[in-house]
Design a protein around this ligand. Structure first.
Ligand code: NDP
Length: 297
């Protein structure tokens, strides 16, 4: 008999509405892993003690959501390449006595992308320049994109991300890559040579589910793949409008599920079934469910 389950968790504040436990424990059950995934409220002032506690109790790993993605770095022993480039960690992995910081947000997105299209040599437009856009920009560049245009409401943040991609990320790319910033005034016209369009802003997140991303709808063409990071609701206005235009789409649940699949592989070595995890989340998001940016790791 063994009554001691391996432990994993998410640390955040606020965290009560974070649904990650639902999909992770659904995967654990499906793969006969007697593991637990705990949802733990950790105040910024308690983060160091919480990480120390996770070390002491032998956690296999944990996710970090807002506001801990940057602050957790100084509690860790090492960073993976993309977490180091982004300066943000959302997944901590225990290797022996060491805690390694990884970032699975962008990797989860790229996994969803690769199921639909090869990002190699593609031209990409990303709306937003916050944490999600940063993670997606870095991983999409590393995955082979040729050109990324960052479109952001506040210019300083947008230029900072374009500079990060040009100065630090492009040095890691073995292919030709460039990034630029484009100002966002009124409805943005997407250039016809764009292959992939990504909403990485929080526009459309519950409860503002009908909010419209300022994009000129007629500039969306059926050859463009359109992705949205918003997991709640998954069928955002952008996803609906793009489908109506004949564009293939990727919704925010796909990214959320795939970053969870990558986390489970880091912690347990098991390749979790994404359809089981998505089904568990759809049960949750099928009902009206409040959530903020803390809703995902
Ligand atoms: P941040 O707060 O770091 O960034 C928010 C971004 O949205 C900024 O670029 C901001 O622009 C932009 N923005 C907000 N409101 C508007 C608006 N009205 N018009 C135009 N731009 C706007 O948040 P994150 O990057 O961490 O998260 C963004 C979204 O991504 C959240 O909704 C979150 O739920 C989702 N997410 C989904 C994941 C998934 O797995 N599906 C994973 C991680 C995040 P500005 O800089 O001008 O303020």
């Amino acid at each position: 008999m063994n009554f001691k389950q391996p432990l994993t968790a998410v640390f955040g504040q606020p965290v009560a509405e974070n649904p990650t436990q639902v999909m992770m424990e659904a995967a654990y059950r499906h793969h006969n892993l007697d593991w637990r995934y705990l949802t733990i409220e950790v105040a910024p002032a308690d983060l160091a003690d919480a990480v120390q506690g996770a070390r002491a109790m032998g956690f296999a790993g944990f996710n970090c959501t807002l506001p801990h993605k940057v602050a957790v770095i100084e509690q860790l022993d090492e960073l993976g390449t993309s977490a180091s480039l982004m300066g943000a960690v959302n997944c901590v992995v225990r290797k022996g006595q060491r805690l390694i910081g990884e970032n699975t947000d962008g990797k989860g997105f790229v996994r969803s992308l690769c199921e639909k299209v090869d990002p190699h040599a593609k031209r990409v437009v990303i709306f937003g320049a916050g944490g999600a856009a940063r993670a997606i920009g870095v991983e999409t560049a590393l995955a082979g994109a040729a050109d990324i245009t960052i479109v952001n409401r506040h210019e300083g943040r947008g230029r900072e991300l374009a500079d990060l991609l040009n100065n630090r990320v492009s040095a890691q790319c073995r292919h030709s890559f460039q990034a630029s910033f484009a100002a966002w005034k009124g409805d943005f016209f997407i250039s016809p040579d764009t292959d992939i369009v990504i909403n990485a802003t929080s526009v459309g997140l519950f409860p503002d589910a009908d909010a419209r991303l300022p994009v000129e709808l007629d500039s969306l063409r059926p050859n463009m793949l359109v992705a949205d990071v918003i997991p709640n609701p998954p069928r955002t206005r952008l996803i609906r409008d793009s489908s109506d235009k004949g564009c293939p789409v990727i919704d925010g649940l796909e990214m959320l599920v795939n970053q969870g699949v990558i986390g489970i592989r880091y912690w347990s070595g098991v390749d979790a079934d994404p359809s089981v995890m998505r089904g568990a989340l759809e049960n949750v998001f099928g009902k009206p469910h409040g959530s903020g940016t803390s809703a995902v790791p």
